[in-house]
Design a binder for this molecule. Structure first.
Ligand SMILES: O=C(O)c1ccccc1NCC(=O)[C@H](O)[C@H](O)COP(=O)(O)O
Length: 259
């Protein structure tokens, strides 16, 4: 099962990271609060559909997406062309991401940054703060209700917000014991990789307007933007479409037109 394989690889990356920077040291580094975080949720809750633009080199479903990957230049293009926030993948094996990319992007842009990763240990929350993130992703499919609540509390102590990702009603129900800062509805089934934008509609009907809603994955066209907006999304998270685009400015403009 791919999600199990991703988590196994993520555990190996975590062990490598801890061997370089101990659990105690990462807490000291996070506590220094070298950057003042900004509210990710406020940046994407607007009158129009917000865009979270993702810095993504590769993925398990598509393999290598962007051979001439330049994370800082990509993030600067996103900022220059009106993205509301940035998502940076930091998982190394399947997405070819890196914490170093996030750190370099933090130094180059003012937009809020989401650390997009598979959080399975509190260490990654302290690390996210030390790297300069404003928010972290918590995936309901790989965490218990108790872990999500615990990680959300730690994140808040660190002035980080949480985007809690769900794909179905069962995963959503696990979030009812605490209030996620933002709820991500992943249109991609992480077990089969099938993408269905109707997932946003199915879940937004259940959630109502109690949360800032982010429609994630598979958004490729202006029609897709209009569709998920009509289904209740406050924001979209777009990776592949932007990373494959030869011109980020034009693509962002076309995606957003009239939405
Ligand atoms: O992108 C994948 O193949 C993938 C596979 C397994 C787990 C997560 C995966 N992607 C993470 C994401 O959530 C996406 O990068 C993000 O929503 C953007 O999606 P897209 O616009 O389709 O690149």
């Amino acid at each position: 099962m791919i999600l199990d394989n991703i988590c196994d690889k993520r555990k190996e990356q975590l062990e490598r990271d801890i061997s370089k920077v101990s659990r105690q040291d990462i807490k000291y580094m996070a506590a220094e609060k070298e950057y003042q975080t900004v509210s990710f949720s406020k940046s994407i809750k607007r009158d129009t559909l917000s865009v979270i633009s993702e810095v993504k080199k590769a993925s398990p479903s598509k393999g290598l997406i962007c051979p001439d990957f330049d994370p800082v230049n990509t993030a600067c293009e996103y900022e220059k062309n009106g993205a509301n926030a940035i998502s940076c993948l930091t998982e190394e094996h399947y997405f070819q991401g890196s914490g170093e990319y996030l750190k370099a992007i933090r130094a180059a842009v003012n937009l809020p940054i989401l650390r997009k990763d598979f959080v399975i240990d509190e260490y990654q929350l302290y690390e996210a703060r030390a790297l300069g993130a404003d928010a972290v992703l918590l995936i309901s499919a790989i965490l218990s209700e108790g872990q999500m609540k615990e990680y959300s509390d730690i994140a808040h102590e660190l002035d980080l917000e949480c985007l809690v990702e769900v794909h179905n009603e069962e995963e959503y129900k696990k979030t009812l014991g605490f209030k996620p800062d933002m709820l991500g509805i992943n249109n991609r089934n992480l077990y089969t990789f099938d993408v269905d934008l109707e997932t946003t509609g199915r879940l937004s009907n259940i959630v109502g307007d109690h949360a800032v809603l982010v429609s994630e994955s598979g958004i490729k066209t202006n029609a897709d933007m209009k569709k998920v907006r009509s289904l209740g999304a406050d924001a979209v998270l777009i990776g592949e479409t932007l990373m494959r685009s030869g011109n980020i400015g034009t693509t962002l403009h076309e995606l957003r037109e009239g939405v």
